[in-house]
Design a protein around this ligand. Sequence first.
Ligand SMILES: [Zn+2]
Length: 677
Amino acid sequence: MSEFKRTLITTALPYANGPIHIGHLAGVYVPADIYARYLRLKNEDVILIGGSDEHGVPITLKANREGVSPQNIVDRYHKMIRESFEKLGISFDVYSRTTTKIHHETASEFFKKLLGKGKFIEKTSEQYYDEENRQFLADRYIVGTCPKCGYENAYGDQCESCGSSLSPSELINPKSMISGNKPVLKNTKHWYLPLDQYESWLREWILEGHREWKPNVYGQCKSWIDSGLQPRAVTRDLNWGVPVPVDDAEGKVLYVWFDAPIGYISATKELTDDWEKYWKDKQTRMIHFIGKDNIVFHCIIFPCMLKAEGTYNLPDNVPANEFLNLENDKISTSRNWAVWLHEYIEEFSGKEDVLKYVLTANAPETKDNDFTWKDFQNRNNNELVAVLGNFVNRTIVLTNKYFGGEVPPRGELSSYDKTTLKEITRIKNETEESLDHFRFREAQKNAMDLARLGNKYLADEEPWKIFKNNPDRVETIINICMQITANLTIILEPFLPFSMEKLRTFLNFEKQDWQKLGSHDLLTQGHKVKKPELLFEKIEDKVILAQLQKLLDIKKANELEGMTAKPVKKSIGLDNFGDMDIRTGTVLEAEKVVKTKKLLKLKIDTGIDKRIVVSGIAEYYKPEDLIGRQVSVIVNLEPKKLRGIESHGMILCAENFDGTLSIVAPDQEVKNGSEIK
Ligand SMILES: [Zn+2]
């Protein structure tokens, strides 16, 4: 690693058709931010690159659905994503987007260079075309019946019912999603990157040359290469994206997977005129932070593009993560099953570090992992509050109480003191080792060991018990606690940047380089500290319960949406229906039937008489809200005794899919006794 002079860190470009959730954060942005902050603390030359991916079919589809322009969609989400990253403290040196002029130019030039070098093959193929709108249809713009399961709304590339991958030509009864018409097949020309020609080079570069890559990444690359690579189209027929910079290519744009990674280059250009140093100098190391769904693009396809171009560096490492689940269920944007960053930032203002801490503690580094609100609460209360917060608070409070806020001198050291001080160096070494190998979960745990060390030392020494008889000894104990606290501000800076800034304010202490970590004299005798405030707050049960309720509500809404109507019952004659005598009536009195949850006793003016009806709607209507309301009553139903009350009829209700009841009544007032037929 030492042969490199600088590091370029890229983070997967989030797709600008929705907000950021905890899965994105845990997989990509939080670990990338920790790594960038760590290298900056070591005074290394490092830049952290990010930006929104703003092209591609899902964006144009969303724009169609909402009746707005694609630009409108990406403007909305780019702003939202950029702002929420900033508030969480993801320390991008530049956060760009792919609709900028600089990106369009960079991507065009890249394509032209490859075209000029003869790196593409051209192929003409038949593709579905919408004659009414005169445009070729991307796979997602075609729906039809799935040949595998018979689902009628399968997309041209995938059936969302059975999960099969499809091609548009396999769909039965294909339809254009734009016009609804049957599309026709028409010839269209596209440019392809012949990945198959790079196979032996990829074997050598990855399978031989990068055995140190994470097993999940290396394994996926091997399986892609072993299963045989195919030429891949780099252009599409679409009117949203980077236009193909060739004369006869009207209506064609660069395929989004081709233009998006070039976005890393454009963003670097936006950041600095000296961008080539980060992309082409052999002493620069490039690291891609991504989720596992992006491995093939960053380990195989983008490197083939860079190799074909010829002047760029290849990634040195791609520490891709697995997926994070939420409360034991897959995170899903379409089902709204996620913790959204912009909502978290609003609801947990001031607790940005807590989210980063919990996501790192549970990072899906080697396998899929789970985020639960209970675990979030436990880690905050039992680790950040009870260990870290408690230790630094007691240390600063005792310094103020016994020594007027001045760091006391350190006298003769006991053997326990010596072992404790030595531990700081061991913890530093282990944390560094983990960070250098992208094991952030382990790194954070190691770093927190320093707080555990301090907490245990303070609890074992109990200075408050000996101050009266042995104040000199207390000076030494507090001095050591102060040194540990000062070291914490360095070792935890990459993980908890807002909190460490706060802690440095309490300590009246400047930000230190990583190299200072392990020193026993960060705070000199007589250094004046301030009065502390709480570093972390306890999170109460009711806060967690509210979040769980929110998820339960989403789950219920999803279930409702997924339910379908019951099949029709057997046919009846008009006479059978006519036998039922249904009238409009007005509720005169209403009260709950005692000792029941569901029953209301109603007195109803049916226009014929005033009668008692017992109805099972008490969970959905308050008695006082019903008085004066019109309802529909079956008046010739045989009387029935319910809880000792004789009920003379039944109120008509619609039963929703989840079992909730809703009274059916005329939509404007009619005379009581009017027949419903
Ligand atoms: Zn299917």
